[in-house]
Design a protein around this ligand. Structure first.
Ligand code: CA
Length: 588
């Protein structure tokens, strides 16, 4: 049965008080260990993206074959960044322009599709992508480019409820997969380039009713059950004047969940505007203009939305080093409970899981210019002459001194998620080696207009590559191996207990590497660039692997000289599924 469900119907709320059937909190908690389904973004809410499956391994990967491919159809292609969700015979994927599809996982045939039918005037900064759905009870959930969260009946695609996250006319949008904890659907927001205010919101998964909100910029008030709770930070402690009211800090990549400490972890984007001199006159001494809690990671109580801890990666941020990158809970080789996160700013951080306290930081890309390193408190040791100049100090007052900074504002690592393998103890980080000319300009806030006060051009820094997949020992920061790629890497990484590391390239290759040596063991050309997130699962005793193919994302839009270098790449929109046939599993 194929149905096209169209948004705009009044959402008919189910008034039944019966327990929603289907996926439970226990199912979500056991997602990594349950190899017959994929219920969470990140293959577990810790976001390790690691499968315990060993059926497919280094010896038989050469026998991995296509099982089916599904076209997203229509004229709407562009970047396909979603991770599939798999439950009860259905695969759920989201596509560009806020679409969702349910597909029969055995045949690859469409069961239903939903198109959010976006209004004119949406303001997505960085392509019309969506990074995936969430599932709970009998519903699937996803965010849309007009800043809504939509709940659909998983079996039929009918709208259960739709709620507004923010005003799309002011630059709010949403692209990350929601995270579900204890029956609450938790979302962030996008729009850090438009002077929005970053926020985390939690809703009742059954009804969509708002339970708590937590704005992430100091001075704003949180809410719980419709009442104000606590102020975020201290008003004007690290922000001058009224700038906190349009302070950015978008929580655009969503969050992770550490079950051991019962903590949600969300990252926050650049403070707004990009021109850091406009945000510089804070107090008290020593925290001048740090602009909390932008460019930070926040530990949040999932029941109340209260902030438990914060760690700021880039104080008084001035290069668009968003602090949103995923925070992965893991246990290190000596048994310490840690978080790891690879920041846009080029440093790989290890934090303590109990309180978010800094443990270590090491560079994961080469030739970083903006800081000499990270000190024992986790604070960058700035190279002051690599801060883009103050335009008000320029002769004409219009353009500050231009600097060449590494990494570029698209980051040592952008949104594309890394993987942790408990088998090797390593992290597998999709990174990029590039720089930029960047300068500051005057700017004033105007609703719905870009709020940057900066200009920039991204440039390669090496002849032979930009993309760099790295195996990193988190205990030492040592890079165990590296795979270099001509185009910037923009896809997620997955590891398996079979000793495999999967990722894809903008050139269209879906790749599997040896987790110990980095040797390329398998590749398949998917016909368009891969910027999606691979998953693996088992069905009827056979192991499957899926990934979206469809080039796009921020690089073609913002990549400057790099965008010109990769403008030959074709767009697409295909979900590829592979399997290791039973009769070839033991073959060598
Ligand atoms: Ca940003």
């Amino acid at each position: 049965m194929k149905k096209l469900i169209i948004a705009g119907f009044a959402a008919a709320l189910t008034m039944s008080t019966a327990m929603a059937e289907g996926v439970t909190e226990a199912d979500l908690a056991n997602d990594t260990a349950t190899t017959t389904s994929i219920l969470t973004n990140g293959m577990g809410r810790h976001l390790q993206r690691h499968s315990p499956l060993t059926t497919l391994n280094k010896d038989n990967i050469k026998n991995l074959l296509p099982a089916w491919a599904f076209s997203l159809g229509g004229e709407k292609q562009r970047g396909q960044e979603a991770q599939p969700i798999i439950h009860d015979g259905l695969m759920f994927v989201t596509g560009s322009y806020s679409r969702m599809y349910a597909i029969d996982v055995k045949t690859g045939k469409e069961v239903w599709q939903y198109d959010a039918r976006l209004p004119e005037g949406i303001l997505p900064c960085c392509d019309v992508v969506n990074r995936g759905a969430a599932i709970y009870g009998d519903k699937v959930y996803f965010g849309t480019l007009d800043a809504r969260i939509v709940a659909l009946d998983a079996k039929t695609g009918k709208v259960a409820w739709r709620k507004k996250l923010g005003d799309y006319k002011a630059g709010y949008s949403y692209t990350a997969a929601p995270i579900i904890v204890n029956g609450l659907v938790v979302t962030g927001n996008s729009g850090g380039e438009f002077g929005i205010v970053g926020e985390v919101q939690a809703r009742d998964a059954e009804t969509g009713d708002l339970v708590w909100t937590r704005p992430v910029i100091e001075g704003h008030m949180g809410t719980l059950n419709g009442n104000e709770t606590t102020m975020t930070g201290t008003l004007n402690a690290t922000w001058p004047g009224d700038l906190w009211k349009t302070g950015g800090g978008a929580t655009w990549l969503g969050g992770s969940y550490d079950a051991d400490t019962n903590t949600l972890i969300f990252g926050t984007s650049n403070p707004a505007p990009w021109n850091s001199w406009l945000r510089a006159a804070g107090k008290p001494e020593g925290t001048e203009g740090d602009n909390l809690y932008a460019a930070s990671r926040l530990g949040i109580d999932p029941a109340t939305g209260e902030i438990k801890w914060h760690f700021q990666t880039t104080p008084r941020e001035g290069w668009d080093f968003d602090g949103v990158n995923e925070v992965v809970a893991y246990t290190d080789r000596t048994g310490n409970k840690r978080f790891a996160t690879a920041d846009r700013n080029g440093f790989f951080y290890v934090l303590n899981r109990e309180d978010g306290k800094f443990v270590s930081a090491t560079p994961f890309v080469k030739n970083i210019t903006w800081a000499k390193g990270i000190d024992e408190n986790g604070r960058p040791m700035f190279n002051e002459d690599n801060r883009p100049g103050d335009p008000s100090a320029a002769a004409d007052g219009k353009k500050g001194e231009t600097v060449f900074a590494v990494p570029s504002f698209l980051g040592g690592k952008n949104w594309m998620p890394m993987s942790h393998s408990p088998k090797t103890g390593n992290f597998y980080v999709p990174s990029n080696e590039w720089g930029m000319d960047i300068w500051n300009e005057p700017v004033t806030y105007k609703k719905g207009a870009a709020y940057l006060g900066s200009g920039f051009t991204i440039k390669p820094i090496f002849e032979d590559h930009i993309g760099s997949l790295k195996a990193i020992n988190p205990d030492t920061g040592e890079i165990k191996w590296e795979y270099k790629n001509n185009a910037p890497l923009w896809a997620g990484v997955m590891t398996t207990a079979g000793g495999l590391v999967f990722t894809g390239t903008p050139e269209g290759e879906f790749l599997a590497f040896d987790d110990e040596t980095g040797e390329k063991l398998w590749s398949f050309q998917t016909g368009s660039g891969i910027v999606g997130q691979p998953v693996t699962w088992e069905q009827d005793g056979e192991q499957y692997v899926s990934v979206m193919s469809g080039w796009g994302g921020a690089v073609p839009l913002w990549g400057g000289e790099v965008a010109k270098k990769v403008n030959y790449l074709n767009q697409g929109g295909t979900l590829w599924t592979f399997k290791l046939p039973k009769q070839l599993a033991s073959a060598n």
